[in-house]
Write a protein that binds this ligand. Structure first.
Ligand code: NDP
Length: 313
């Protein structure tokens, strides 16, 4: 069975940065890219807040560059998903794509997070038929049409602004009476004539046949002013945050109350010696590309130290 010194699970900024550092330290890391090579940034528009790119950079290109940089120093980047893992003793055992078994002396978990859904049956019913959690992936299909974006954070504002350049009209469905997003994002939304914000609004359901043709909105839910209105839309975009991707761990790693991997605060160590976590999967607070990359760097340095301390050559 193949045995590796450092297995990196996930290929966002955290995973690739860990791979750059680990390969430069001669640890010969193996990276499994997972279901979405390059991670969430490959589905965003331009990244304007990563230091070093005064004009911004396309998310897909940036991840390509990070991968190439890791490979240049010898990181072995592979296609595949970790479908099972046994962290009960070292070397840890992992199964790739339900078939190949590998042993790993150390593991860096950098599996990121996935978009959350409201939990409406209609989201499943209309999956791929008007419901999406990625404006940059699917916005193209809604040129000249009407869409709605759910959420009031930075992601929702970013997606609404992006869609406003393609669609005829964009609704934002916001459950509170204010936007949580940063000032700069709010200003971008406010500068668009074709974005209408529905505050105090919740989505009760979607309708249409065979694809989405509208949404039923409840305003001021549970109060005497409660009203219901139907809006005609062709697309329904979720932008209500993310859930860390930890299901494959099967409860073997300690998580916090929100489901993020707990690290010891100062380092990237998890509760299992030899297992480290970096990026959005372990970061309920910052969730930025640059902070994920920083955590990836820390994880690789933590692995290096762990290997030395445990006499693993
Ligand atoms: P946030 O958690 O910041 O915002 C989620 C939004 O969705 C909130 O408005 C929340 O409402 C709403 N929401 C959550 N659950 C539901 C629900 N069940 N029904 C209706 N509405 C719901 O997530 P984001 O993805 O927007 O941002 C995550 C992080 O990434 C943030 O730190 C953000 O700053 C950062 N980010 C930065 C960007 C940039 O700077 N370029 C771009 C995108 C993200 P409520 O306010 O009521 O809780």
């Amino acid at each position: 069975m193949e045995r590796v010194k450092c297995l990196i699970i996930g290929s966002g900024p955290a995973g690739y940065t860990a791979a750059i550092y680990a390969s430069r330290a001669n640890i010969a890391p193996v990276v499994y890219e997972g279901m979405q090579p390059g991670g969430q940034l490959t589905t965003t528009t331009d990244i304007e807040n990563f230091p070093g790119y005064p004009e911004g950079i396309n998310g897909f290109e940036m991840m390509e560059d990070l991968r190439k940089q890791a490979e240049r120093f010898g990181a072995d980047v592979r296609t595949g998903e970790i479908t099972a893992i046994d962290l009960s003793k070292r070397p840890f055992k992992v199964v790739v794509d339900e078939s190949t078994e590998i042993e790993a002396e150390t593991v860096i978990i950098s599996t990121g997070a996935s978009a959350k859904y409201l939990g409406l049956a209609d989201e499943k019913k209309y999956a791929g038929m008007g419901v999406s959690a990625c404006a940059t992936c699917d916005g193209f299909f809604y040129r000249g049409k009407t869409v709605a974006v759910v959420g009031g954070g930075d992601t929702a504002c970013e997606e609404a602004t992006y869609l406003s350049n393609l669609a005829k009209k964009v609704y934002m469905i916001v459950r509170k009476d204010y936007l949580r997003a940063s000032k700069v994002m709010q200003e971008r939304v406010a500068s668009k004539d074709n974005i209408e914000i529905l505050f105090n609004a919740n989505t009760a359901g979607l309708f249409g046949n065979p694809a989405v043709e509208g949404a039923r909105i409840v305003k001021f839910k549970g109060t005497p002013e409660e009203t219901t209105l139907d809006i005609a839309i062709d697309g329904f975009f979720l932008a209500i945050g993310h859930k860390p991707n930890t299901d494959f761990l099967g409860g073997q790693i300690e998580l916090d109350e929100l489901g993020y991997i707990k690290t010891d605060g100062y380092t990237t160590a998890t509760n299992v010696p030899g297992v480290f976590a970096a990026g959005d999967v372990a970061d309920p607070r910052y969730r930025q590309a640059i902070t994920a990359a920083g955590m990836g760097c820390k994880a690789a340095l933590d692995v290096e130290k762990f290997l030395v301390e445990n006499g693993i050559k």
